[in-house]
Write a protein that binds this ligand. Structure first.
Ligand code: 5GP
Length: 115
């Protein structure tokens, strides 16, 4: 478990509503949503950032992607959502405990990398 805010949410030290939970990850609403649906899928085991992941983490990374799909279905946004990982401060990562952003419920600019 990490000492990050997400580690504290996972351990229950900071109370938070879990939209989804299984053995390996949780999903929570982002505290500062950038879209009508903005959910974070967070592994219980901390990897600080995606580029720190090792071959041993393959199953966990796959699990997070499957969980994101499940959460999207649960929220009814499975036909249109964006999955984002910010890797490193230079890319906007602010919490150093890997997480996937599920963003949905707004119009996305076609073919754009951001926005
Ligand atoms: P990053 O910028 O690291 O990719 O994403 C971190 C996200 O965590 C941000 O979108 C931010 O709003 C969210 N966040 C930061 N602190 C908290 C918190 O205490 N609770 C929740 N639910 N989200 C948080």
């Amino acid at each position: 478990m990490s000492d990050s805010i997400f580690g504290k949410i996972i351990s229950g030290e900071i109370p938070s509503e879990f939209l989804y939970e299984d053995e390996h990850c949780i999903a929570i609403n982002d505290i500062n949503p950038q879209a009508p649906v903005h959910v974070l899928v967070i592994p219980k085991r901390c990897i600080e950032k995606l580029s720190d992941a090792q071959d041993d983490d393959q199953a966990l990374l796959g699990h997070l992607m499957l969980a994101a799909g499940k959460v999207a279905r649960q929220l009814g946004v499975e036909e249109a959502f964006r999955l984002i990982v910010n890797n490193g401060a230079g890319a906007g990562q602010t919490v150093f405990h890997l997480h996937l952003h599920i963003i949905a419920g707004r119009q996305f600019a076609e073919g754009k990398m951001v926005g």
